[in-house]
Write a protein of this length. Structure first.
Length: 45
């Protein structure tokens, strides 16, 4: 539980420091996931 709470607090602090909304954070996470998936597929081929 401590790790989950620490991670939530860290993400929230970074979000506020960057001035991003939750919506922006969701899009950044989505694009990062697509990029990592493409990289893994490229490395496997």
């Amino acid at each position: 539980m401590k790790l989950l709470k620490w991670h939530s607090n860290m993400v929230e602090r970074m979000r506020l420091a960057l001035g991003w909304s939750q919506y922006t954070l969701y899009w950044v996470s989505f694009i990062k996931g697509v990029a990592v998936t493409c990289l893994v597929i490229w490395l496997m081929c």
